[in-house]
Design a protein around this ligand. Structure first.
Ligand code: ADP
Length: 492
């Protein structure tokens, strides 16, 4: 039985990716930094926190040290027979990390996310179920299962079934965090069926959603977290709810919005050894040589101080790339440079290739994932473009602000919660409301005008650099959420 005296709380944290092992987008940042923050924030609470992280053992995972060891084999029951695999463990930065590998030549492990939804389903449904079954193998009882997105949502569902039949699981509680709602786990039905995972029967979920991993998990979870307060509210709206708005409205009480933080030690321009010239808010002037270097390397003529626009993003519909491709050419005469770093949907990659060919003296497109280059661009860019159609939280804008690169973003989700665009207040960035080209270009025109007013610009930059994007306050909110589930009367 789980002890109720709370000298220690145990948490199992499931994720598809986590820095420094493997990272594709913001989820990798989140799962890399929040566990550490929760552990250190735990010092403020009168109990120990044993938080362990579990990930799929993707083929291109990178291990910071070589001490990885096999913990056990695992057999996950299927309709017929068992799916077998093994669990490995690495102790890193004071945290136990586990890695789940399916036996044999299992498909889906070549990349974190696959083009084939069936390959993804095979990997992630097995991963989710194995993560819960493995707890009994090692005899470790978490108080909380902290799952993230559809990839791990089936863990939450299976927990509900096991709680009913097995004392070992009886008191475990779950939270499911929504980082990107539209990804519900489509195409997983045959695999869920193979593992006898029951559909949801909840009336507030539409029929088509009841057999998909994320909605099944949302129904089963004890608490749901949206990664920003604004996104938690947006989920109630047709525009953002992806057909699940009635469910979110009916389940308001179990949903909380907690803004993500970033790892402010890793993302610190004063000590970042990935950038050419370190700087801080106290010597913003030193920042300039980073920009000069990037522009010179690209062979861009930059005698005057013309702004450098940057985009560092997955190139998907979500990110509002259409607005950029349609809006940027019309403003080319305003004399800016742009460096685009990102991979994704082919039509967007082609769009930026064409733009680069059209304006080779002004626009450079890198079709790659490159963390070092990303760091140099955050340090060199004047303006980060982030016109997302929806953005549950978004981390690029926080990183950019910390590096003195002012964000121009759409007023949605976590962008709205992290950027202050009010001219009369402590403005630290720019937000536009409507997802149309005119709104985007008028906002960019305004930013370009302000860029010419150096005093105003440095004030905006400095406010962004001073803003606290650390996990400190949000990590405490997660701990309180855990406590509320463990002892319903204890929530502060
Ligand atoms: P999302 O999670 O939707 O991809 P976020 O803004 O939350 O968006 O997080 C994106 C993270 O991925 C940031 O750390 C950003 O710097 C990084 N990133 C995105 N694209 C690239 C790229 N092409 N090269 C390097 N880093 C990238």
């Amino acid at each position: 039985m789980i002890s109720k005296d709370l000298t220690k709380i145990n948490i199992l944290f499931l994720s598809a990716e986590a820095h420094p092992f493997i990272k594709v987008g913001g989820l990798g940042d989140y799962a890399g930094s929040l566990p550490q923050a929760i552990k250190s924030q735990g010092d403020e609470f009168p109990f120990d926190i044993d938080l362990r992280v579990i990930l799929p053992y993707h083929n291109d995972i990178h291990f910071p040290n070589k001490d990885i060891q096999k913990v056990c084999d695992i057999s996950v029951p299927k309709k017929k027979g068992y799916a077998k695999g093994s669990i490995y463990e690495l102790f890193h930065a004071n945290i136990h990390y586990y890695f789940v590998k399916r036996k044999g030549n299992a498909s889906g492990y070549q990349t974190v996310y696959n083009y084939s939804s069936l390959d993804d389903a095979r990997k992630y449904i097995f991963f989710s179920l194995a993560s819960i079954h493995f707890l009994k193998e090692i005899g470790w009882q978490p108080h909380i299962i902290h799952a993230n997105d559809w990839h791990t949502a089936t863990a939450v569902k299976i927990l509900v079934s096991l709680r009913e039949t097995d004392d070992f699981y009886r008191q475990m509680k779950s939270i499911l965090v929504i980082h990107n709602l539209p990804y519900l786990g489509e195409g997983s039905q045959p695999i869920l069926d193979n593992f006898s995972v029951q559909n949801s029967t909840l009336q507030t979920l539409p029929d088509w959603a009841r057999s998909l991993p994320l909605p099944i998990g949302l129904d089963a979870a004890d608490k749901i977290v949206a990664v920003s307060p604004t996104y938690a509210k947006e989920l109630h709206l047709e525009e953002f709810g992806d057909g699940l708005a009635p469910f979110f409205i009916a389940n308001q009480k179990k949903i909380t919005g907690i803004l993500n933080g970033i790892d402010t030690e890793s993302w610190d321009p004063a000590v970042d050894n990935g950038i050419s010239n370190n700087f801080s808010v106290e010597n913003i002037g030193a920042r300039r040589s980073n920009k000069d270097q990037v522009l010179s390397q690209l062979g861009f003529q930059h005698a005057d101080d013309q702004p450098l626009l940057i985009l560092i993003s997955r190139l998907t519909y979500q990110k509002g790339i259409d607005l950029l491709l349609s809006g940027l050419p019309g403003l080319i005469n305003r004399g800016w440079f742009a460096v685009i770093l990102g991979k994704g949907q082919l039509e967007y990659e082609r769009g930026f290739t064409v733009l680069e060919q059209e304006f080779p003296e002004r626009i450079k497109y890198y079709s790659e994932y490159n963390e070092r280059l990303a760091r140099q661009l955050y340090a060199a860019g004047d303006i980060l473009l982030m016109p997302s159609l929806y953005e549950p939280c978004g981390l690029s804008q926080m990183i950019a602000m910390r590096y003195g690169c002012v964000p121009l973003a759409r007023s949605v989700g976590g962008l709205k919660d992290s950027i202050n665009s009010d001219d009369n207040q402590m403005k630290d960035g720019y937000l536009f409301s409507n997802a149309d080209v005119l709104s985007f270009t008028s906002c960019l025109n305004q930013v370009l005008d302000d860029f010419e007013d150096k005093k105003k610009w440095v004030a905006i930059q400095s406010r962004g650099m001073r803003k606290d994007f650390s996990w400190q306050s949000s990590a405490g909110k997660y701990i309180n959420l855990y406590l509320g589930l463990i002892n319903p009367n204890s929530e502060k």
